[in-house]
Design a protein around this ligand. Structure first.
Ligand code: FES
Ligand SMILES: [Fe+2]
Length: 409
């Protein structure tokens, strides 16, 4: 709708969000798609004895470590009469419900119904819903999809970075839909506005240069390439999005004051939907031991990522949490006016939609089948190159884009 003055009255309608992309519960298109991938459900550091109640993809679950050291992810409500297993007791093998003592193994098998008469075979007819788990670098993943479609755990090349150690990092929750959280990962122009020009420099001053933007499909999914001219230097920042809900980025410390080789210590972040309007980010981080950070420091969310700041401060210095979660609980795509800088968002949504439709057709979505013998190649990095200025601004913009493309070639 084009401009008409004082036209709020005609623009009040808020259409429904896109159900195909945004609904995550059991049986929904995106929900079934997301279930085809290993999803983080908790950090190992959270399993300190008591079971942990979580909500993942609209399902209420309990995560626990039994006394034998195995991790279980079970449906929350006991198969006997529904008491929550968050009040259960981890035992040598499985978890015991507090109410009548029934015990479930990590695969859901009922091992004991202690109140029943000796010789009772009731336990053979009872089963608690359970999901397979995989523990990696202190992060516990579960697979909530159809058992016969369980994929191998993907191995990104960013899990190994020379001189760095992969560590369990931050966990934080946003009160909004998962897709807008992920949209942000392929929206690099916001780093110039939200993180620099709008509310002061949150990272480095170099972020305040509006970058030349490009997006390229890769083996792992896609990347953005944000290329900035800083005098005789050109800073290329690349970040990956790996469908369905993973992205990774370098630390926001680049000053772009001298040429330097590619650095790729990364944060790898999964945006896991708790339900349609709540999303928890789980991060692993590549940490240089020389930084001298404790595990507690590594586990701190970056500035403005979580909702831990006072409202008055968030209003004056808004950051990612505020920008993403205020797009409505579930962003309404029909009301958007996508611009040239949103090409990455369009591309990301297309990747996701293609995956959703593949699953709906009974096929494997992109991102679940990988060659077993080699790591999946990703490109996240900061590199600063010496590139003399071209003779006109237009030519220089072309030069910047070409320079950026070379980095991911
Ligand atoms: S409700 Fe769990 S044992 Fe009875
Ligand atoms: Fe951001």
């Amino acid at each position: 709708m084009t401009y008409r003055p004082f036209d709020g009255y005609h623009r009040r309608a808020v259409p429904a969000p896109d159900p195909e992309l945004t609904q995550v519960g059991p049986g929904t298109p995106a929900g079934e798609y997301l279930r085809r991938f290993w999803q983080p459900v908790a950090f190992a550091r959270e399993l300190t004895g008591a079971p942990l109640r979580v909500r993942i993809l609209g399902e209420d679950l309990v995560v626990f470590r039994d006394r034998g050291g195995r991790v279980g992810v079970l449906h929350l409500h006991c198969a006997h009469r529904g008491t929550s297993l968050e009040f259960g007791i981890p035992v040598e093998r499985g978890i015991r419900c507090c109410y009548h003592g029934w015990v479930y193994d990590v695969d859901g098998r009922c091992l004991e119904t202690p109140g029943e008469p000796p010789g009772s075979r009731l336990h053979e007819r009872v089963c608690q819903g359970a999901y397979p788990t995989h523990e990696f670098t202190g992060l516990i993943f579960a697979y909530l999809g159809p058992p016969d479609r369980r994929p191998a755990f993907p191995r990104y090349d960013s899990y190994e970075v020379t001189g760095h150690r992969l560590m369990a990092a931050a966990k934080f929750t946003l009160p909004c839909n998962w897709l807008q959280v992920k949209d942000n990962s392929m929206d690099p122009v916001h780093t110039a506005f939200l993180h620099a020009l709008s509310s002061g420099y949150q990272f480095t001053e170099a972020f305040g240069v509006v970058p030349e933007l490009d997006w390229v499909a890769t083996e792992a999914g896609m990347v953005y390439i944000a290329t900035r001219r800083v005098g005789e230097l050109v800073w290329v920042r690349v970040c990956d999005f790996m469908p369905p809900n993973v992205h990774q980025f370098t630390r926001e410390i680049e000053e772009a004051t001298a040429a330097k080789p590619a650095s790729r210590p990364v944060i790898i972040r999964w945006a896991v939907p708790n339900d349609d309007a709540l999303t928890t980010n789980f991060e692993l981080a590549q940490v240089d031991p020389a930084w001298g950070l404790t595990p507690e420091q590594v586990a701190q969310p970056g500035f403005g990522q979580s909702g831990d700041r006072p409202y008055a401060e968030r209003q004056r210095f808004p950051a990612d949490f505020d920008a993403q979660s205020s797009q409505r609980a579930i962003a309404v795509h029909d009301l958007e006016h996508l611009a040239s800088t949103d090409r990455g968002v369009i591309m990301l949504r297309r990747l996701v939609r293609d995956g959703i439709r593949a699953v709906a057709r009974g096929e494997d979505p992109f991102g679940v089948v990988w060659p077993e013998d080699k790591a999946i190649r990703t490109f996240t990095q900061d590199v600063v190159l010496r590139v003399p200025l071209a003779s006109t601004p237009d030519e220089d913009r072309r030069l910047l884009r070409a320079t950026g493309r070379q980095v991911v070639a």
